[in-house]
Design a protein around this ligand. Structure first.
Ligand code: SAM
Length: 352
């Protein structure tokens, strides 16, 4: 399976994921009310694709406060799920020490944190044990993906139709499998709440970012920093689902397992990035500063994927590759006026 390692600066660069996840807050409250109703004893909550917990510890606080404010005194166990390569130390540090984390909000009050290095394509908890499952911007990752000859990630405009179609099929199977596993774990009546990235139109920012990413990967090859074999075997590992992709299994055989409560597409505007600017910045500086910020955001995720791909190489080589890629990426991004809009999707399902 694809091994994804989020670079350690994910925490600094994940503000737009956080903004997307806030779209789920209202549903986390509803999911929390359902969690109390469906659990017989301990209330078990899953956080799927937690990364360092910087964002999800805050979102889960919404759910846990809802449970506690209702006067509920039963124990709550939160299990964070991510891959083996995740920065688990940072997760435990964030969950225990960030002021907006669910644990900081309720110290010593019967809320327990677990971490489990498992894939969300597997069953990660005992059957019929989970009262609420949450996932922030993680289900775009595939279990495996085929490299495309002309792009570093699956992209509607690719010329490599064979690889594109095979990744499309893989992504559909992945989503189906992921849902089947949740159907096993969730108690009847429990919610699965997920946010995700989605694709809206052909010149959306993500499509540009995919192209810039590919050009930066080509740059590493052009400079002789990666071999032909390393270059052509790289696959970005993500699939950005359309509405049809998200809903397909729910309109077919998984209709009996889940009720669709909400499907919402929207756009968040991440104003946090404007913090990088001060009003005296000249226009060309502004473009560069924003391109730098955007580059950090993209490489906080994709840097980990590139490093995993080059895991056989000394770290100094990997750093040279990443530096060359980031320089190229920033140049490309600086040529384009930056927008701060991120199309997202929110999907809420109830286990029947
Ligand atoms: C973009 S981060 C989102 C993190 C966090 N939930 C947030 O909202 O900021 C996606 C996370 O999904 C994890 N991930 C990718 N594939 C996975 C898999 N098969 N099983 C579990 N986690 C996975 C990655 O390691 C990464 O930490």
């Amino acid at each position: 399976m694809t091994v994804v390692a989020m670079a350690t600066d994910y925490d600094r660069s994940s503000t737009n994921q956080s903004a997307v996840n806030q779209a789920a807050a209202e549903w986390l409250k509803k999911g929390a009310v359902a969690a109390v109703q469906v659990s017989l004893g301990t209330i078990n909550i899953l956080d799927l694709g937690s990364s360092t917990g910087k964002n999800s510890a805050q979102e889960l606080r919404t759910a846990i406060e809802t449970i506690q404010q209702a006067g509920e005194r039963r124990d709550i166990v939160v299990t964070h799920i991510d891959t083996l390569a995740n920065d688990w130390s940072q997760l435990f540090q964030n969950v225990t020490s960030l002021p907006n984390s669910y644990l900081a909000a309720s110290p010593g009050s019967g809320v327990y944190t677990h971490g489990s290095a498992k894939s969300f394509f597997e069953q990660v908890a005992p059957s019929s044990s989970i009262a609420l499952a949450y996932s922030g911007v993680s289900f775009q990752w595939m279990s495996q993906s085929r490299p495309l000859s002309d792009c570093w990630m699956s992209f509607a405009g690719t010329k490599d139709r064979d690889a594109y179609e095979s990744n499309k099929q893989q992504a559909a199977q992945d989503w189906h499998k992921l849902l089947q596993q949740r159907a096993n774990e969730l108690l009847p009546g429990a919610y699965l709440i997920a946010t995700g990235v989605t694709l809206k139109d052909s010149d959306s920012l993500q499509q540009l970012v995919i192209k810039w990413g590919h050009e930066s990967w080509q740059e590493a090859k052009r400079q002789g920093l990666v071999s032909q074999q390393e270059y052509s075997s790289f696959a970005g590992g993500c699939w950005l689902r359309s509405r049809e992709d998200w809903l397909a299994p729910l309109e077919a055989d998984l209709r009996d397992s889940f009720e669709l409560l909400k499907y919402q597409e929207g756009t968040v505007i991440d104003s946090h990035w404007l913090d990088y600017l001060d009003s005296s910045s000249a226009d060309h500086d502004r473009a560069k500063i924003l391109a730098d910020a955007y580059c950090r955001y993209v490489f906080a995720v994709m840097g980990g994927v590139v490093s995993s791909h080059l895991v056989h190489r000394p770290q100094a080589d990997v750093n040279r590759v990443l530096d060359a890629m980031k320089a190229r990426f920033t140049d490309l991004a600086a040529q384009k006026p930056m927008r701060f809009e991120f199309p997202y999707v929110l999907i809420v399902l109830r286990r029947r």
